[in-house]
Ligand binder design. Structure first.
Ligand SMILES: [Zn+2]
Length: 441
């Protein structure tokens, strides 16, 4: 009976084959203490790889205990961001690993400032050990100071959070206050569990058919928050019409300090750098909101390898955000901007191409510019040229098919190009020409 009930509940409540049960205790001074219990299909290995992404920038997270099926397991750091856990015996069909971890949230910014303690914000991106994807081996790439380093399978999450009094969590998933300073966050099919704690912020909600939008912002940014909600509502309707339904029940838009990134995406959560909120009437503000919203489809729902093939999610997100501007008759302006930035990237890094991996951009003379010039602008321009060639019906049909095929999975660029080719019809030769032009070296 119990097993049956569990199965029934599981079918109803859980969609992903991987699930995380997390606990986290955060102190205002930045100390972290937590645990992660991860359940996943046994990969046929008794060695498991977890990532501690914040450690790219310093020793911020460490594992203090490991258990496999309840028995003590050993662990070893292969790199500050790569943890190898060895189980004492082979795993059952469904493996359960538990890790205890501790850490510190620095008050100095590193990278994009997504693991950073400030007076009114505790931004806690990737605060827990994250299981690497398994595809016959553990998929582990090096980390870089720019770009998105996370590559992960979608999973179901439940977090029990102990937060300092007066702080409110906003994360990927549903937030529920259990008692003073005690919260529960839960969400399904999340590529990762994004999390920010804020103090003294306000919120504004807007309900759309099937989707709840919420902006969370410091009081002085109310105008920007309202503008962000209006942009998100409009873009969401547009993207839904062209790509299919928004993949989650809600979206939180939170204004926080970031460094060198105008916005960052997490499932059901986007962070917007509050410096850009000072003038929300600028086109660039709308571009941030539309771009990070587009990532809910291209990253959240259709996962990609953001390190090996960063153009795939960034190109699709950039082009999708362009659809918001197209509705205002402004796509031409964006296309010309993409063309100019792509041309600039080719001058900076002539041996590069749209298809370069993060590690290739890292070796170029001006890594961030080459990366954004190729993987964002060049890739968006490529998609625009393909759409012009194939026509809207074939182009958006291929995008929807790509989405349906790889829903909650990790997609590969070769499959995306194959779908474009399949939609190519009489334009086949011209399409091959475009692929050579953008991806050739
Ligand atoms: Zn992006």
């Amino acid at each position: 009976m119990r097993a049956l009930l569990f199965l029934a509940l599981g079918l109803w409540a859980s969609a992903a084959p991987i699930s995380y049960v997390l606990t986290l205790k955060v102190a205002e001074q930045g100390t972290l203490e937590g645990s992660a219990q991860v359940t996943f299909p046994c990969p046929g290995s008794s060695e498991f790889v977890f990532r501690l992404y914040p450690n790219h920038f310093g020793p911020f997270l460490s594992v203090t205990g490991a258990w496999a099926e309840g028995a003590p397991a050993s662990w070893e750091a292969l790199d500050p961001t790569v943890l190898l856990v060895r189980a004492p015996r082979p795993c059952p069909p469904t493996a359960t690993l538990a890790l205890a971890f501790a850490g510190v949230l620095p008050d100095s910014s590193h990278g994009y400032g997504i693991f950073w303690r400030q007076e009114r914000t505790l931004t806690l991106a990737q605060f827990y050990p994250l299981l690497a994807p398994w595809d016959g081996g553990w998929r582990v790439h090096p980390t870089f100071p720019f770009g998105d380093n996370l590559v992960a399978e979608a999973a179901d999450y439940v977090l029990t959070l102990s937060a300092p009094l007066g702080w409110v969590p906003v994360g990927s998933g549903e937030e529920e206050e259990l008692g003073p300073g005690l919260w529960r966050l839960a969400g399904e099919n999340l590529r990762e569990l994004g999390l920010v704690l804020v103090k003294g912020f306000e919120e504004e909600r807007r309900a759309l058919p099937g989707v709840r939008l919420r902006a969370v912002f410091p009081p002085e940014l109310r105008l920007a928050a309202e503008r962000a909600l209006a942009i998100a509502a409009e873009a969401l309707a547009l993207f839904t019409a062209l790509l299919g339904p928004y993949p989650y029940p809600d979206l939180d838009l939170v204004f926080v300090p970031l460094v060198g990134a105008a916005g960052v995406e997490y499932p059901r959560l986007i962070l917007i750098d509050w410096d850009y909120a000072v003038d929300p009437e600028r086109d660039f503000f709308a571009e941030i909101v539309a771009h990070e919203l587009a990532h809910q489809w291209w990253y959240g729902e259709v996962g990609t390898d953001q390190v090996a093939e960063p153009w795939l999610d960034e190109g699709l997100a950039t082009y999708t955000s362009g659809l918001y501007f197209e509705a205002r008759g402004e796509l031409g302006r964006l296309v010309e901007a993409w063309r100019a930035r792509w041309a600039q990237a080719k001058v900076l890094f002539p041996r590069g191409s749209v298809g370069c991996a993060l590690w290739e951009f890292a070796g170029s003379p001006n890594a961030r510019w080459s990366y954004s010039g190729y993987a964002y602008s060049g890739a968006a321009l490529f998609l625009h040229e393909v759409r012009t060639l194939l026509g809207d019906a074939a182009f958006f049909g291929a995008l929807r098919r790509f989405r349906e095929e790889h829903r909650w999975g990790l997609a590969e660029a070769s499959r995306f190009l194959a779908l474009l080719r399949a939609a190519g019809g009489p334009a086949q030769a011209a399409l091959e020409g475009l692929i050579r032009e953008f991806f050739g070296r």
